[in-house]
Ligand binder design. Structure first.
Ligand SMILES: [Mg+2]
Length: 364
């Protein structure tokens, strides 16, 4: 089966959350923007992928249209691992992380969706899934800054059924407010998005120890400071997570060998799709570490991550972005139920196609 077309589709969907408008990457987000990748093959099937979006979308669309698609169209869609290797070789000169890899990630996810549809089974079954049919979600709150707003957001998270909450805050009072609101039995994670140089990260980690965090995520700036992370692992009594900004499984290798991480966090829309995610998950398993996927998105990337949770039992939980979209691309599929569990879709491919009416309504 040959790839006949690769179409980037941007959707921009209004959202609510339990705080004022906020965002990441230096801008405030009034809507959430996602980049879908629609791939057609000459047998008439269509696969859906997702490339990392938000502020990077214009660059990733250009990478897809101008760099990746010309090499991929006309190629056999069946041998995905070989095709991705063949694309990564010539494209490595344009970066082993960033928009070109995000574009490849979207293509890869769509090709796995196609492979599942062609085989008549969910991707997880193609890849030898175990018996898991659902996975526990944690809610990943946007940065809220103010202690009272954080406390309210945590209470609402409990009302929605979550027993695991992740903050994106950088102060001790913020974490204290969350722990107080959640009580001692709810799992609390803290993602500081590479806030601190290693020395400062160590001081902050010690100050965070009383709050019994399940993990501290990306504490160190710059993210390449593996030695700094490893020192934190040795000297602070707090589990560490990182990996959403690591571009491929080879780049995870030094982190794995350093012993710095308790949780590997590949992002399926950033790291090279399902093919590369599998390599990272296998690496984590060889080192006896858990995988906590980065997945603050609502498109096919989230469904692909759910498929990985069915394959890999060392994925302990799934990140669900702590916002409410005006409309979901898949209805309720891929969203947590009232008990905080997400059912893993069992239909062929990723398990659900985007609703064409929703895509048409929010397409930009
Ligand atoms: Mg993160």
């Amino acid at each position: 089966m040959k790839i006949t077309a690769i179409e980037p589709i941007v959707v921009s969907i209004p959202y609510r959350h339990d705080g004022p408008l906020t965002g990441f990457g230096g801008t405030v987000w009034s809507k959430l923007n996602y980049l879908l990748v629609k791939v057609s093959t000459d047998d008439g099937l269509i696969g859906w992928g997702e490339a990392f979006g938000y502020n990077a979308i214009p660059a990733t669309v250009a990478a897809l249209d101008k760099i990746v698609s010309p090499l991929a169209i006309g190629r056999d869609a069946n041998d995905i691992v070989q095709l991705m290797e063949d694309l990564k070789r010539p494209l490595h000169i344009f970066g082993r992380n960033g928009p070109v890899i995000y574009a490849l990630s979207g293509l890869d996810i769509a090709l796995w969706d196609l492979a599942g549809k062609r085989a008549g089974m969910p991707v997880c079954q193609l890849l030898g899934a175990g018996s898991r049919r659902s996975v526990t979600a944690y809610t990943s709150l946007m940065r809220l800054h103010e202690a009272d707003i954080i406390a309210t957001a945590c209470e609402r998270a409990l009302e929605r059924g979550f027993q695991r909450v992740k903050l994106h805050e950088v102060t001790i009072p913020a974490v204290a407010a969350a722990r107080q609101a959640l009580g001692d039995d709810v799992e609390l994670m803290l993602d500081v998005n590479c806030a601190w140089p290693a020395d400062e990260a160590l001081r902050m980690a010690h100050r965070l120890e009383p709050y019994a965090l399940k993990w501290l995520e990306e504490p160190v700036w710059p993210p390449e400071d593996v030695a700094g992370l490893a020192r934190l692992q040795r000297e602070a009594n707090i589990p560490l997570a990182a990996g959403e900004n690591v571009g491929n499984a080879w780049a995870f290798q030094p982190l794995a060998e350093s012993g710095a991480l308790d949780y590997f966090q590949p992002s399926i829309t950033k790291v090279g799709g399902i093919t590369e995610f599998r390599a990272v998950a296998e690496l984590a398993r060889r080192h006896g570490r858990a995988v906590a996927p980065h997945s603050p998105y609502f498109g096919p990337g989230l469904l692909a991550t759910l498929q990985m949770a069915a394959v890999y039992s060392h994925i302990g939980g799934i990140e669900i972005f702590g916002v409410q979209l005006e409309a979901g691309l898949f209805g309720d599929v891929g969203l947590p139920g009232p008990d905080g569990e997400v059912d893993i879709p069992q239909s062929p491919g990723l398990g659900c196609d985007p609703d064409p009416e929703i895509v048409a309504r929010y397409r930009v």
